[in-house]
Design a protein around this ligand. Structure first.
Ligand SMILES: [Zn+2]
Length: 238
């Protein structure tokens, strides 16, 4: 029986390590997502600046067309001036032309402002592209390291699972079943060491007659409080 207990202890140690390792593996997708998000964000900033430049270009094209259109209208009105007969008509036509000239100037000013904005946006794109290159360099490297680490942990988990299989094969079916069933209700920790007369999992004092039973080493002894299989320090053997 004692040898079975010491195998169960080994099994629990491996199981604890498996739980810890699986938990660690779950962290990797989160870390990788964070890295990808940072790379994506820097790409997005470049895309947004380029989109801004496109809109700026479209607006200027529209303004330039407007200037051309107004120039045409002004020229037409100026030609019409020659065929005007009355003073009143002439004055009205002149003020119409002045209004169109004013509109044309406004549109021309907007074209200039738009050109200045183009310079600013191009500078913005340049900076965003530099930042993107920098971010990509830093995080791509980090990503590679994380992926490598993830692979290492996956290999380690496989090794642990192999080790577990080997240990479990050394344990009688009856004890293994007891261990597995208890594990389900005891958070994966079905065994508890008695330390200084106390159950090390629930901290309840183990009564002297239970210790006596344990020392006999004939049968499975469980904690009267938490129900875990108890073992004594001396039973830990490699
Ligand atoms: Zn206990």
């Amino acid at each position: 029986m004692i040898s079975q207990i010491s195998e169960l202890i080994k099994l629990q140690d491996v199981d604890k390590e498996i739980i810890k390792t699986k938990k660690k593996l779950k962290e990797f997708p989160k870390i990788l997502k964070e890295i990808n998000d940072k790379i994506e964000k820097s790409i997005q900033i470049v895309e947004e600046a380029k989109e801004k430049l496109k809109k700026n270009q479209i607006l200027r094209d529209k303004l330039e067309l407007e200037v051309e259109d107004l120039k045409g209208k002004i020229d037409k009105k100026k030609t019409e001036l020659n065929s005007i007969k009355t003073n009143k008509e002439y004055t009205a036509m002149i003020s119409e032309i002045e209004l169109l000239e004013k509109k044309k100037e406004e549109a021309e000013e907007k074209v200039i402002a738009s050109l200045l904005e183009t310079d600013e946006i191009q500078e913005e794109i340049k900076k965003a592209e530099e930042e993107r290159a920098k971010v990509k360099g830093v995080y791509e490297k980090e990503k590679e390291e994380v992926i490598q680490k993830q692979k290492d942990v996956e290999v380690y988990l496989k090794e642990l699972e192999e080790k577990r299989k080997k240990i479990a094969s050394e344990i009688d079916e009856e004890y293994l079943k007891l261990y597995e069933d208890l594990g389900k209700t005891k958070g994966g920790i079905p065994l508890s060491k008695v330390v200084d007369g106390f159950c090390s999992e629930c901290y309840m004092k183990v009564r002297p007659h239970v210790i006596v039973e344990l020392k006999k080493g004939k049968d499975i002894v469980t904690c009267e409080n938490c129900g875990r299989i108890l073992y004594l320090e001396v039973e830990v053997k490699e």
